[in-house]
Structure formats: C-alpha cells, structure tokens
Design a protein around this ligand. Structure first.
Ligand code: ADP
Length: 476
C-alpha cells in the first residue's frame, strides 16, 4: 500500500470514526432522554390506574388490612411479555415496585420490601387515595430500582439499544473501510502511475504515457492528461532538437568539406592557391557566417523571454522596410512599391522583430526576382482576401514579387527549418533555409500567422498578420 493510499485510508477512517462516534453519542443521549420521560409517564399512568382499585378496597374493608393480597394478584401486577423473551429476570418476580402508605404516611405495603430501601424523593410522586373526600393513603408505582428512576427492565432495554447502536457503528466502520480502500485506489493508482512515469521521463524516456483511469476523480484524470501532453511535447521537442542538430551539422559540413578539399588540393600541389580557389573558399566562409548569423537570430526569437511590443502604425513598418532595401533596389534594378490602405489602426508589434520578418521576406524576394522586376509591400485590414475584412482585428502585410515563383509541392514546406526549394541553386544564392522559419516564429509570437501563395514563373506573395493594438495591449 503506497504512502498516499495509506494516508487516505487512515484519514477516511478517522473522519468516519468521528462521524460514527458523534452519531452514536447523539443517538444515545436522545434515546436515554426520551426513554426516561416515557418511562416516568408510564409509571405515572400505572400509579393513577391503581388509585380507584385501592379506594374501592378501602371503602369495602374500611382499612388496609389484606391489601397485599390484592396488589399481588396477577391482574394487578404488570408483566410485559417481552421481558421473558429477553431473558430478563426480576429478583422478586415482579417488574415494578408498588408502594402503599396510609393517610399519615406510614408504609402499609411495599412489593420490594427487604430488597430495596424506600426512596423519599420517589415517594413525592405518590398519588393520594381518597374515600368520600377523606384522604386514606398514598400509592406509588415505580421502577424496580433503588433510585426509582429506571428499573432493570428499562436498563435492559437501553443496553440492548446501546449494543445495537454499537453493532451499527461497527458495520458503518466496516463499510467505511471498504469504501476507503476502493476510493483511495481511484486517487492513488493514477498518482503512483504518474510518479513512475515522471521518474521515467526524468531518466530521459520522453513520451512515456500514463493510462487513463476512468473511475478516478476529474482533477486526477485532468492531471494525467496534462502529464501525457507534457511528455509527448518533451518527446517532440527532443526529436526536434535532434533533427535540428543534424540539420545544422549537415549545413556546416558542406562548406567545410569544400574548404578542406581545396586546402588539401593546394597542399598536395594539385591546385594553385589562385584567386578562383581563394574566392571559392571565401564564399564558403561567408556562407558559414550567414548560417551562424541566422542561427543566432533563431535562438534569439526562441529564447527571448518577451517581445517588447508597442503600438505602431502599419505605414511606418512598411516605409521602414522599404527604406532598408533601397540600396539593393537600385543595385539590382528591381522596383520596390508601397501600398498601404488609408486609415489603418496601429498594430501591436516589436519593431526590431517585425523589421527582421520584413528583412527576411524582402531578401528572399530580391534573391528570387530577376532585375527589372517589381516587389510590392502592402498593408490592409483583415486576414487577407479570404477573411472578413470588417470583423478581424488584424492588419495583413504582404510582400509580393514578380520573381520565379515556388513549385506547388514546395509551397507548404517553405516555412520549415533548412528547407530550400532547389538545393543547389538556393545554396548558390546564399540561402540557409532559415529565413522563413525565423519569420514564422516571430509572427506567431505576436499572435499572428504567416502564409505564402505563388504561381511558378510569375511570382510569389508572402502574407503575415499582426494584431491591432487595443488600449489594454501589453508586452507579449
Ligand atoms: P533561404 O535562406 O534559403 O531563402 P528561406 O527559409 O528564406 O531560406 O526560404 C526557404 C525556401 O523558400 C527558399 O530556399 C526558396 O526555395 C523558397 N522561397 C522563399 N522566398 C521565395 C521567393 N520570394 N520566391 C521564390 N522562392 C522563395
């Protein structure tokens, strides 16, 4: 039995025991009290019922002589049938005590004479017997006990009730134990499974799942579900990390192989360290630098704790982006146009991060657009053409080029890390395959989304959305 389970059972039993004890005490008190009153009423009735019998006797005989015979008659003496069945035996064969006093208060008859002493307090409840207006004596029917309070019959009844209550309490505790064992299992077994699973995950067995326990409490099942989700996520992240490392290794290996090959060829005297060879090696070093710069960017986007978002007008973002590629534009003979819808509300954006997104999209557009082409930067309300422009609190930004376009089979993959459309050509253009992955991360951290449309041979459009700044917007 686990610690948790043992504790649960003990606490459950403790609560049940306190409950049973309180109910038992309450029941005993209530039964005793009520029963006491009932017994007193019964004796008062019995006393009253003897008054006419005795006054008749006195009237007929003129005294109390021989009254004992009458009072011992079976028709007068009370004998409850159940007393025998319970095996209760009276020492004087009676079940009650009859006391008769004369008019001056002297004892005439006591059915328990010699067995029990007279109790002055009990005698106060005696009923007066009158014959034609004259008081001739007093009679009292009381319990067969020294105090005259509860007799052995009543005590037998009470102890029987007490025993029955104790038995009920014992049965309740047995039921409580049974329930405690069952219910605690519902809580402890998922906990035990979670404990085992956590230690497995801690040892590196990511993805380990805990089976759902249908009978367990909702919170517990929720905890199991959250754990399973966390475990799956850890596995996915681990997988992701491995793939990432192998991708990076692959990306680094290619330029290193080229540089090493060139250096070996030079050292073996196969090739000369001429301008071409040095240029080729220098290009690979530049590519490695670019890759490291992109990796830094990716790391920053993933690791930076919070974006410093501020309300900024879409027109400002677009003009900043256009200004940053002015040199490229004139150098490559590609026109850059800006189209910003009138009256757009400010968006909530981290200026540096969004500039990074534009920079990645624009450098791609320049890379894949031949000279004489056009790159258009747009900003308008809504989620893009297929969304309701009026209701969406987003602004869509678009970078469209008249370049070579993207093959339909590549389009869904362009945002993946290290994905490059045409590997050799993309390498030749200096791409690392990280630009769009970084842009996607940044946009998603802003709460927006990013997507692309393209027609091969005609050009590509990249869209991303940013949330409209509301008065309550804070840093994400
Ligand atoms: P890279 O650094 O290689 O450009 P990206 O992640 O920025 O990496 O882009 C991934 C791939 O998407 C590119 O290799 C290219 O095939 C394709 N691509 C991205 N932008 C464009 C564009 N404007 N025109 C054509 N192809 C593009």
């Amino acid at each position: 039995m686990s610690n948790v389970r043992g504790r649960l059972i003990i606490q459950f039993l403790l609560v049940s025991a306190i409950g049973v004890a309180l109910v038992w005490l309450g029941a005993m008190w209530a039964t005793g009290d009520t029963f006491h009153g009932y017994v007193q009423d019964q004796y008062a009735l019995r006393t009253a019922s003897l008054v006419p019998v005795l006054s008749q006797f006195y009237e007929l005989t003129g005294g109390w002589e021989g009254v004992g015979l009458i009072l011992r008659m079976p028709s007068i003496t009370f004998n409850p049938g159940w007393a025998d069945r319970w095996g209760v035996q009276s020492e004087c064969q009676d079940y009650e005590r009859i006391i008769l006093l004369d008019a001056r208060g002297y004892l005439v008859y006591d059915s328990a004479a010699g067995i029990l002493p007279l109790n002055a307090e009990a005698l106060q409840h005696a009923a007066a017997i009158t014959v034609r207006g004259n008081r001739v004596g007093y009679v009292l029917v009381t319990a067969l006990s020294a105090s005259g309070d509860l007799g052995f019959l009543e005590q037998a009844f009470l102890s029987r009730v007490r025993r029955a209550s104790l038995a009920t309490g014992a049965v309740s505790m047995a039921v409580a134990l049974f329930l405690a064992v069952r219910l605690s299992k519902g809580i402890s077994s998922p906990l035990e499974a979670l404990r085992d699973a956590s230690s497995k995950v801690a040892q590196g067995d990511f993805g380990h799942q805990v089976a759902d326990v249908p009978g367990a409490p909702m919170d517990m099942r929720e905890l199991v579900r959250s754990f399973n989700y966390m475990s799956r996520e850890l596995k996915a992240q681990e997988q992701n990390k491995r793939e990432f490392l192998s991708d990076v290794a692959h990306e680094v290996r290619t330029p290193l192989t080229i540089i090493k090959g060139n250096l070996e060829a030079i050292s073996l005297g196969i090739s000369e360290p001429d301008e071409d060879t040095i240029n080729a090696m220098s290009n690979e070093v530049t590519r490695l630098e670019g890759l490291l710069a992109n990796l830094d960017q990716l790391d920053m986007v993933q690791a930076s704790p919070a974006l410093k978002t501020v309300p900024v007008l879409p027109s400002e973002l677009v003009s900043r982006a256009a200004a940053s590629v002015q040199g490229l534009s004139s150098g490559k003979g590609i026109a850059v146009e800006q189209r910003v819808e009138e009256g757009l509300p400010p968006v909530q954006a981290d200026l540096d991060a969004v500039s990074q997104v534009f920079s990645n999209l624009l450098s791609n557009a320049f890379r894949y657009t031949p000279s004489g082409g056009t790159i258009t930067i747009r900003a308008y309300k809504g989620y893009g053409s297929d969304h309701d422009k009026e209701t969406e609190p987003f602004v869509t930004f678009e970078v469209t080029d008249t370049g070579e376009g993207i093959a339909p089979e590549d389009l869904p993959r362009v945002f993946e890390r290290f994905f490059r459309g045409d590997k050799s050509r993309a390498r030749a253009t200096g791409g690392s395959g990280l630009g769009l992955a970084i842009a996607k991360k940044v946009v998603e951290r802003h709460g927006g989304r990013i997507w692309a449309e393209s027609v091969l041979g005609q050009g590509s459009s990249f869209f991303f959305t940013l949330p409209v700044s509301s008065p309550t917007s804070t840093s994400l």
